[in-house]
Write a protein that binds this ligand. Structure first.
Ligand SMILES: *[C@@H]1O[C@H](CO)[C@@H](O)[C@H](O)[C@H]1NC(C)=O
Ligand SMILES: *[C@@H]1O[C@H](CO)[C@@H](O)[C@H](O)[C@H]1NC(C)=O
Ligand SMILES: *[C@@H]1O[C@H](CO)[C@@H](O)[C@H](O)[C@H]1NC(C)=O
Ligand SMILES: *[C@@H]1O[C@H](CO)[C@@H](O)[C@H](O)[C@H]1NC(C)=O
Length: 636
C-alpha cells in the first residue's frame, strides 16, 4: 500500500499549508493603510479609493481623481468637485465641476442621487433648481418678469450657438410659466444650498446662480461604516473583497480578520494551533495506516465488538449469532436456492430435522455493514404475527447472512401477477386476498405504532411479503428500513429509498411533503391495488400503447354501478364487495400528499367497515401518466 501512504503524506502536507497562517503583513493591509491627498484635502481613506489607493480599499462609487489640485468624484455621470470630506458625519461637500465657470456646459447632465443602489443622498440642506436651455426669447411686456415677478433669464453660447435659458426654483407644471418653459429644448437639475434660494428667487442677476452652484451642497454617504469602525478599532484596514463584493477587514497580522469577532489570536498562537492540528492529524493517519497494514484482524474484532454493542443496545431479543461455517452447513452448502435479489440470494436451510429456515446471504460489496446492522436491529425489536421473525445472523468480515423462519408459500408476488395466465390453483380467493391485505396492514401498524421506536420499512412491495403455510402474510426485508424516535414524525433522508412503482412521491420529490410513516402507507396502497388488479400498476416491460395505469383506470370505473370487470372475470356479490373495499382503501393510501393518507390504524378500521360507509377518496394523482384507458378494455 505505498500509494495509500503517499496519499496520506500528501494530505498532511496540504493540511499544514492550509492551517499555517499566511505571511505577516499582507499586501492588502499595507496598500489600504495608504492615505491619499489632493490640493487642500488630505488623509483620505476608506470608503474612498483611486489616487494611490487600490479598488480593494474602497467602496463602489467612491472613486476619486485629482485634477489640477481639485479633488473630483463622478456620481451618475456628473462630475463634482469635492470641497470637503467629513468622516465623522459621513458627509461630502461637493459642487458641480461643469457649473463652476458659467451656466453653459457643453454636455447637459442632471444631478441624480435617487438610484436605489446609490450610496449617496442629498441631505436636507440643499434644494433642486431647474435650468432650461434653448427657450424662446421673451419680449416685454410678455417676458417672464411679468408672469413670475422675477427675472431669471440668462444667455449662453453652447457649441457656437447663442441660446436663451431660464432657471426656476419651483415646478410650474400646467401654469402659463410651465407651458412656456415646456417649449425649451433641454433642462437640467442641479442642487443649490437652501440658504441661496431666496436670493435666487429675488435676484435679477444670473451670477447669483453661478455663485450658488460654486458654493455647492452636502451629500451623506453610507458604505458599511459601522463595520469599518469596528475594523479600525481592532487595528485593521477597511476594504472590499472584489470577488464577493462584500466588506473585508484586513488585519496587520494576517490576511483577513473578522471585524465582528471579539478578540483575535496572536500570530504565534495561530501558528502553534495550526501546526499542532496538522501534526495530530498526521499521527492519526500514520497510526491508522499501520493498524490496517499490520493488524488487519484487530480491525475486524473492533468492528465485531461494535456490532455486538449495537445489537445489545437496540434489541432486547438479541438473535443468535452464527459463524459462516455454520451457515454453510445449515444450507447444505447453499444447495437449495429460494430466490435472488439486488441485495443477494436466499437459500433454504435446516436448523434441526423438522425446522426449516430461509437464509439470506447479502452481497459482499457493502462496506461498513450499516444497512445490515440496521436490518438486524429493526427485526430484533419486532415480535408480531405479521412480521417475519429473525432467528439469527452471521457477520464475519464481508460475509453477512440473516436466518429467518421458513415460509412455505414464498413471497406474495408469485400469487398476484398475471393470475389469468397461471393455473387455477395459483389464484387466491378474494377472501384470502382480503385477509392478506388486513394482515399486512396490522404488521405495518405494529411497525409504525406498536414499538417504542417507530420503524419505517421503506420497501413495502409484494416481493417482501412472505406467506406461511396458512397464507398468513409476514413483512420481511428490512434492508432499507429506518428506526426513528416516536416523536420525530418527519425524517431526513439523503437518498431516495424504495422500489419504483411503490415509492411515495415525497420520497422522490420534497414538494409533496416530508418523508414519514405515511410513505409506507403509500407503498401499501400501491401493493393492495396490484393485489386487486392482478397485475403491476406500472408494467415497465409493456409497450406504451397497450400500457394502462391501473390506479387511474380503476378510479374511473369505481363509481360506476355496474359490476367491476377485473381481468375478464365477473365477480360474485361478496367478492365484488371485497374488491371495492380494497380499492377504496388503497386509493386513500396512494393520495399524493402524505397528509391526505390515512394512518395504518385507520386503514385497518376501514377494511373492517361496511362498504357502504366508506367514502370514495379524491382522485389520488395529480395527473395520470400517458396511458390510454381504452386499451385495457380492448384486451378483454
Ligand atoms: C486651500 O484652502 C485655502 C483656505 O483654506 C484657500 O484659500 C485655497 O484656495 C485652497 N486651495 C485649493 C487648491 O483649494
Ligand atoms: C454640443 O456638441 C456635442 C458634440 O459636438 C454634443 O454632444 C452636445 O450634446 C452639444 N451640446 C448641446 C447643449 O447641444
Ligand atoms: C420684462 O418686462 C419688464 C416690464 O414688464 C421690463 O421692465 C423688463 O426689462 C423686461 N425684461 C426683459 C429681460 O426683457
Ligand atoms: C433632467 O431631468 C429632467 C426631469 O427628470 C428631464 O426632464 C430632463 O430631460 C433631464 N435632462 C437631461 C439633460 O437629462
Amino acid at each position: 500500500m505505498p500509494s495509500k501512504f503517499l496519499f496520506f503524506i500528501n494530505i498532511i502536507i496540504s493540511l499544514v499549508l492550509i492551517l499555517s497562517p499566511k505571511p505577516v503583513f499582507s499586501n492588502n493591509y499595507l496598500s489600504c493603510s495608504v492615505r491619499s491627498s489632493c490640493g487642500n484635502i488630505s488623509d483620505i481613506g476608506y470608503p474612498f479609493w483611486g489616487l494611490d489607493r487600490p479598488e480593494s480599499c474602497g467602496y463602489p462609487g467612491f472613486k476619486l481623481s485629482c485634477s489640477e489640485s481639485e479633488l473630483e468624484i463622478t456620481i451618475s455621470s456628473a462630475t463634482y468637485r469635492v470641497l470637503a470630506i467629513n468622516k465623522e458625519s459621513q458627509t461630502l461637500h461637493v459642487s458641480r465641476t461643469d457649473y463652476s465657470e458659467n451656466l453653459c456646459p457643453t454636455h447637459l447632465i442632471n444631478s441624480t442621487f435617487e438610484s436605489e443602489t446609490s450610496p449617496f443622498q442629498q441631505n436636507g440642506d440643499s434644494q433642486d433648481i431647474r435650468l432650461y436651455y434653448g427657450c424662446q426669447p421673451l419680449t416685454a411686456p410678455q417676458n417672464l418678469t411679468s408672469i413670475l415677478g422675477i427675472s431669471n433669464q440668462f444667455d449662453c453660447t453652447i457649441n457656437n450657438t447663442n441660446i436663451v435659458g431660464y432657471y426656476v426654483t419651483r415646478e410650474f407644471a400646467g401654469t402659463v410659466t410651465g407651458n412656456f418653459l415646456r417649449s425649451c429644448s433641454n433642462s437640467v437639475i442641479i442642487p443649490v444650498p437652501n440658504s441661496q434660494v431666496p436670493s435666487l428667487e429675488e435676484g435679477r442677476d444670473p451670477d447669483d446662480l453661478e455663485e450658488a452652484a460654486k458654493i455647492g451642497f452636502q451629500l451623506w454617504w453610507s458604505a458599511d461604516d459601522t463595520r469599518c469602525n469596528n475594523c479600525v478599532n481592532k487595528g485593521g484596514q477597511c476594504g472590499r473583497n472584489l470577488v464577493s463584493g462584500g466588506f473585508e477587514c484586513y488585519c496587520s497580522d494576517g490576511d483577513v480578520c473578522s471585524p465582528d469577532s471579539k478578540s483575535k489570536f496572536k500570530f504565534k498562537w495561530k501558528l502553534f494551533i495550526g501546526l499542532a492540528a496538522a501534526i495530530t492529524i498526521a499521527i492519526c493517519f500514520v497510526v491508522l495506516w499501520l493498524k490496517r497494514k499490520w493488524l488487519p484482524n484487530q480491525g475486524n474484532k473492533n468492528q465485531d465488538g461494535r456490532i455486538e454493542a449495537f445489537i445489545k443496545k437496540f434489541g432486547s431479543l438479541t438473535p443468535r449469532r452464527y459463524s459462516y461455517a455454520e451457515i454453510k452447513k445449515m444450507t447444505n452448502k447453499f444447495n437449495d436456492k429460494l430466490g435472488q435479489g439486488g441485495y443477494g440470494s436466499v437459500y433454504k436451510g435446516k436448523l434441526s430435522e423438522d425446522r426449516f429456515v430461509a437464509v439470506k446471504i447479502l452481497s459482499e460489496s457493502k462496506g461498513n455493514g450499516e444497512d445490515f446492522m440496521n436490518e438486524v436491529a429493526s427485526i430484533s425489536r419486532t415480535s408480531h404475527v405479521n412480521i417475519v421473525s429473525l432467528l439469527g445472523f452471521c457477520f464475519e468480515r464481508s460475509k453477512r447472512a440473516l436466518v429467518y423462519e421458513f415460509m412455505p408459500h414464498g413471497s406474495l408476488d408469485r400469487f398476484i401477477y398475471d393470475r389469468r395466465l397461471h393455473h387455477q390453483s395459483c389464484q387466491l380467493e378474494w377472501r384470502t386476498l382480503y385477509d392478506i391485505a388486513l394482515g399486512i396492514a396490522r404488521g405495518l401498524e405494529y411497525l409504525h405504532q406498536g414499538c417504542n421506536t417507530r420503524i419505517l420499512h421503506f420497501d413495502i412491495k409484494p416481493h417482501n411479503i412472505l406467506l406461511d403455510e396458512n397464507f398468513c402474510p409476514k413483512i420481511s426485508d428490512f434492508g432499507l428500513s429506518k428506526l426513528c424516535e416516536r416523536k420525530e414524525s418527519i425524517i431526513s433522508m439523503t437518498c431516495a429509498r424504495g422500489t419504483i412503482g411503490y415509492i411515495a412521491p415525497e420520497v422522490v420529490c420534497r414538494n409533496f411533503g416530508g418523508v414519514s410513516y405515511k410513505s409506507d402507507v403509500y407503498s401499501y396502497g400501491m401493493m393492495v391495488l396490484e393485489m386487486v388488479g392482478g397485475r403491476k400498476n406500472i408494467d415497465v416491460g409493456v409497450s406504451q400503447t397497450s400500457e394502462v395505469y391501473f390506479p387511474s383506470w380503476i378510479y374511473k370505473h369505481l363509481d360506476q354501478s355496474m359490476n367491476l370487470n377485473l381481468n375478464g372475470v365477473i365477480l360474485e356479490e361478496e367478492e365484488e364487495e371485497i374488491a371495492r373495499k380494497l380499492i377504496i382503501v388503497s386509493l386513500w393510501c396512494i393520495q399524493s400528499y402524505p397528509s391526505d393518507r390515512p394512518m395504518m390504524t385507520k386503514v385497518i378500521e376501514m377494511l373492517q367497515e361496511n362498504l357502504q360507509s366508506l367514502i370514495i377518496p379524491p382522485r389520488p394523482f395529480v395527473s395520470s401518466p400517458l396511458r390510454s384507458p381504452k386499451s385495457l378494455e380492448h384486451q378483454q
